[in-house]
Design a protein around this ligand. Structure first.
Ligand code: FES
Length: 225
């Protein structure tokens, strides 16, 4: 310890002017603003950063891109207009996500719009069978005029509005149109408790009012009709 202390105190003091007057390092030239050591350090850091980005960016893109990818809008024939009536539903199966076989198929309950229910005449209503609680398949029970979910007892009325159980919103719907006498179904959308169309949400997500901001839709969903 004593020797260390002696070494420290034995270092001769050099005034700042003396330090400034020391000869420049080898390779130094007048006007140089950065040492070669610093240049190499920055270059090595830059190359390291680029190599890191080359690994990280593709992984991030792979994970995030599907969230923003909106497929082409699809419309599928589900039968002639004469197949559908106002006072009950007809079950139809169609492809919602193409290219993945049966896993891309979905089921909807379709009927003609009802004047009695205050719906715009001449339209077709396609109600999704995916429960708005956790996504189990609901079933339309003709005798009761309700949709019933077998998983946790969710109940929806004739228009798909929630009337019992844990679901947080009405059943989703699919856009519909008529082409050459054929009813077609298009993209899925969700509705508020007053049946106002909003962009499609996942099961368990509320719709309408402040929930539209607390549960924003995925960018890949289609605008509602
Ligand atoms: S999934 Fe339908 S009530 Fe829970």
């Amino acid at each position: 310890m004593a020797d260390d202390a002696d070494n420290i105190t034995n270092v001769p003091y050099r005034a700042p002017e003396q330090v400034r007057n020391e000869p420049p390092p080898p390779g130094y030239f007048e006007g140089e603003s950065m040492t070669r050591r610093k240049v190499f350090t920055i270059a090595a850091q830059g190359i390291g950063g680029l190599a890191g980005l080359a690994i990280v960016l593709p992984a991030v893109g792979f994970a995030v891109a599907p969230i923003f990818h909106r497929g082409k809008e699809r419309w599928e024939d589900i039968g002639p207009t004469s197949n559908f009536v106002e006072d009950t539903y007809r079950q139809v199966t169609f492809t919602e996500v193409p290219g993945i076989g049966d896993a891309g198929k979905t089921l909807a309950y379709v009927r003609k719009s009802s004047k009695e229910l205050g719906e715009e005449p001449g339209l077709y209503v396609a109600v999704s069978n995916r429960c708005a609680h956790l996504g189990c398949p609901v079933r339309f029970v003709e005798a009761a005029g309700n949709f019933i979910c077998p998983c946790h007892g969710g109940v929806y009325d004739f228009q798909g509005k929630r009337i019992g159980g844990p679901p947080v919103r009405p059943l989703d719907r699919f856009q519909t149109r008529v082409e050459k006498g054929q009813v077609q179904v298009g993209p899925r959308y969700s509705v508020t408790s007053q049946l106002k169309p909003v962009r499609a949400r996942d099961p368990g997500e509320f719709t309408g009012g402040i929930w539209e901001y607390l549960y924003p839709p995925r960018p890949s969903t289609f605008p509602p009709p």
